[in-house]
Every structure is written in C-alpha cells, then in structure tokens.
Design a protein around this ligand. Structure first.
Ligand code: SF4
Length: 487
C-alpha cells in the first residue's frame, strides 16, 4: 500500500467527480455527495489536529462500530491519510458511505469532548470526524482505485446466500467472502445497493461511490443475482435445499406507512421511497418501463415527515422544479429526526417547514387528484406553575395547505412475504424478524439484520448488524471469524 506521507501530498481533485479543492470550513455543501474530496490535505490535517486524544474516546464509544477515531485522526494530522483510511475500514465495510449518511451530531461528533469544552476552547465545535473520514476514504479510492480486494485464505467449501443487497447484506457478503466462503446475493431490484441506490439521492451519495463499492465486491468473487425476489421466485427453504449452507436476510423495510386517517388513493399522493425512485435520472438508474418521472414543475409539494428521507424528498422536489415545497411534521424544529446538515441544506435550498402540524385529511378535486392537505397545527402548552413548556402538545387549529403533490415519509414497515413463506421464522407484532445480537433467528442457519429486524434505519447500524452476523455465520461453519471486525 502506498502512503503519500506529508511530503507527497496526493491530488485531492476527485477522479470520480472532477471537483476542485476548497477550504475545509468554507465548503459545507454535500452536492454530488463528494464534498470531502474538495478539502486540502493541509486543512484536513489542521482539523484532525484539534483532536484531544481523550483516553476513553467518547466519539468511538458513541459509534455502533467503535472505530479507533483518535488513532485515525492522529494519522491524518501527520499526513498519513491512507493509514487513517485503513483504520476506519478495520471495523467498517463502507466508511466512505457511512461518513456521508451518518447523523454524526447524534453519534461520534455529538459525543466529542470538544463539545464539552464550550467556554474554554473554540466555541465547543466538535472535530469534523465525518468529513475527515470521507476525506481519507476519497484519497484512498483515488490513490488505490486499481487495487482489488484480495481473498487470502482458501475456499471453505461453504456457500452463503444473502437476501437483499442493502448495507447489511453487502457487509455480510464482504465479510463472509473474506472468510473464504462462496457468497451469492439476491436482490429484488435491477441493481445492487438497496436503499443506498434507490432511496438516497445523488446529491447526498454520488452513485460512483456505490458503484465502486459493488465493483470491488464483484472482484472478490461475490455473485449478484438481481431482479430475483426471495419469497416469490424461490423460498428460503428452496435456497437451503439447493445447497446453501447459511442464509442472511437483510431485506430491509420497503413498504411505506399511511396513517389510518389519511386516504392514499388520491392521485398525486405517493410514498417517499417510490417518489425518490422515480426522481432518479433514468440514464443512471435502470427501471421497469412503468416507472414514470415525476413532473413537479411549478407545483406545490407537501412532504409529511421530519426524517432524512423526508428532507431528501423535499430537496428532490426542489430540484424537479417545484414552485413551493413544505415539510410538515408534528414536532418542534429542535427535535427533528433528520441530520442537522440536511436541515441546513434544505433551508438554504428554499424548503419551507410547518412545525408542530399533523396532516389529518387530503382534499381532492373533481378529477380525483389531491389539491390540499388539512393539518392540525399544535403548539406547546404552557405550564401554569413554572411557565415552562410541557408535553404533550395540544391541538389548537386546523391549517389547510395547497398541495399538487403529497409525499408521505412517516415511516416504513416490513413486507410480510418472507415471513409468510418461511415456516418457523418468528416475527414480532410489527412484522419484523426476531433476531438475537448475533443475528441468529428462530431457524437454524438463518440470520437476519438491518431494517427488517429493527427500526433504527441508520446505515451504520445495518453495517454493525451485518458485521456481527458475518462473525456468527463463520462460527456456525466452525471458523474463527478471524477476518471480520471484532464488535
Ligand atoms: S472525543 Fe473528540 S477530541 Fe476526544 S478523541 Fe474523540 S474526536 Fe478527539
């Protein structure tokens, strides 16, 4: 491995996007999903040098993968960017992706000791761990773009089937392959990537990053079978009977939720996932012929929800030429579920927000197309004794918002197909698969992780699930799981 070192600064103009260098602090935008590649090595080193190297590294403790963040930052501060990239990759199969999609303010950066030194040291700004991780990974991709991941150990003779090519499934595929097992990944959609490909817009994650990751996995010998839905085209038991020794289910939660009070039958009302799929550039994302581009030019769009997915929909609608985009959600601005950066970007791009409002009715025109959304607007109640805010909020008035298109981004649920076609696979009351910490399910040799098991919805949590499941699968085969990350 070549390390540029402090005297051999690599060009940080991305070979994938052709972006030009800028300063670390001035360019906060994540356009094209490769903002970190615009940083100079000097600026990155200066930022990394702000790390206090806390003895217990609360930043690392706050991350589900527990990376050696202080050590990686030490490497960057000394110009050893590739060493930092390796350090991040020891516990994370996709650091370049997590660094762009993680809510760092709730994880590593939220726990950074710099935040607690507010009055004494530089306004309590955390070390920009996410951006530095993305920077190190970008440099690694650029310098080592031609390096293929090697499988150092002999073929084990075992074969793993992975159901779903999202972050959990891709992690299991990579780590079990590294252990010497043959791996086949079954994906329902035309291309691997799961939510990373179909739900995350290009302005948050450039498709070249995901494509490079998939290509590296294919170079490892992992086989992808797309347009194949397990449960419909073959059952889990069919796969076991055909010779697979273990199965990992990482099929995600792909069905949108519609509250009982709302009618989804009006034209112009869509679920977030379908909206984001259709907003994709057709040239980049092949799709079935019945998938139409959304035409939002000059339209008023209402997005219900406060998650990153909701804000992705709102920002995509702005890019599709919408006249107004209003995000409606029940909570307060300070308690929104999205990343702070996503909120800042959405506001800068012109998205409006109606806080503390709950959609309760869609109004349609004579043609059966949505024309407005009725919301209950709520405000916090004042406490008589202290004057401070108390919860829950009270309903105060109805507000009618014009809407030519409505996007529902208020949660997802799991498709019951796999549970219905897999006897003995236990699920909970919400339809999610019941799995232990290692991913073991109620059926021997069947493991599960990611959004089909829990509601977390974070890529980094799915990677952690996949890592633990890969260790468990290797141990199930009698292997030491030596090549996988020790979580
Ligand atoms: S908490 Fe912040 S300052 Fe402390 S080791 Fe982590 S990044 Fe460095």
């Amino acid at each position: 491995m070549r390390d540029p070192g402090p005297g051999q600064q690599p060009s940080v103009q991305s070979s994938l996007t052709g972006e030009t260098p800028g300063s670390l602090d001035s360019d906060r935008r994540y356009e094209s999903g490769r903002s970190s590649s615009t940083r100079t090595l000097e600026a990155a080193a200066r930022e990394a040098a702000r790390c206090l190297h806390c003895s217990r590294a609360p930043c690392a403790q706050a991350c589900p993968l527990h990376p050696a963040i202080p050590l990686a930052l030490h490497h960057i501060a000394h110009g050893e960017v590739l060493a930092a990239a390796v350090e991040f990759a020891i516990v994370n199969t996709m650091p370049g992706i997590c660094s762009r999609l993680c809510p760092q303010e709730r994880l590593c950066e939220g726990a950074c000791w710099r935040v607690r030194t507010r009055a004494r040291v530089d306004s309590g700004r955390p070390v920009a761990i996410g951006r530095l991780e993305a920077f190190a990974t970008d440099v690694q991709y650029e310098v080592e773009a031609d390096v293929q991941r090697q499988i150092a150990i002999a073929d084990s003779g075992k074969h793993v089937a992975v159901v779903g090519a999202g972050p959990a499934g891709l992690t299991v595929a990579e780590l079990t392959r590294r252990c010497g097992h043959a791996v086949t990944v079954f994906e329902t959609t035309p291309r691997p990537g799961g939510a990373l490909r179909w739900s995350i817009p290009d302005f948050r994650l450039a498709p070249t990053i995901l494509d490079a990751h998939i290509a590296a996995l294919e170079n490892m010998g992992i086989r992808f079978i797309c347009n194949f839905q397990v449960g419909r085209d073959a059952t889990i038991d069919d796969l076991l009977a055909s010779g697979y020794d273990a199965i990992f289910i990482g099929s995600g939660a792909l069905l949108g939720i519609t509250p009982d009070v709302l009618e989804e039958s009006l034209a112009g009302v869509s679920q977030a996932m379908h909206f984001l799929e259709r907003a994709r550039p057709a040239s980049v994302y092949p799709r079935p012929p019945d998938w139409n581009e959304s035409d939002l030019a000059g339209k008023c769009v209402v997005v219900a929800g406060d998650s990153d997915e909701a804000l992705d929909c709102a920002r995509q609608a702005m890019r599709k030429g919408a006249l107004h985009v209003i995000c409606v959600h029940s909570g307060e601005e300070e308690k929104m579920g999205c990343r702070h950066q996503s909120l800042q970007d959405a506001m800068q791009e012109g998205v409006w927000f109606l806080h503390q409002a709950v959609p309760v009715q869609f109004l349609g025109n004579d043609a059966g197309h949505v024309r407005a959304v009725v919301c209950w607007h709520t405000v916090p109640r004042l406490s008589r004794r202290s004057g401070s805010r108390t919860s829950p909020s009270t309903e105060t008035a109805s507000v009618t918002v014009r809407a030519d298109h409505v996007v529902l981004a208020i949660g997802r649920q799991v498709d019951s197909l796999l549970a219905r076609t897999t006897p003995g696979l236990e699920i909970d009351s919400t339809g999610r698969i019941i799995a232990g910490t290692s991913g073991a399910t109620s059926r021997p040799a069947i493991f599960a992780g990611g959004d089909c098991v829990h509601r977390d919805g974070l890529v980094v949590t799915a990677v952690a699930d996949g890592t633990r499941a890969a260790v468990a699968i290797d141990r199930h085969f009698g292997g030491p799981a030596a090549a996988t990350a020790p979580l």
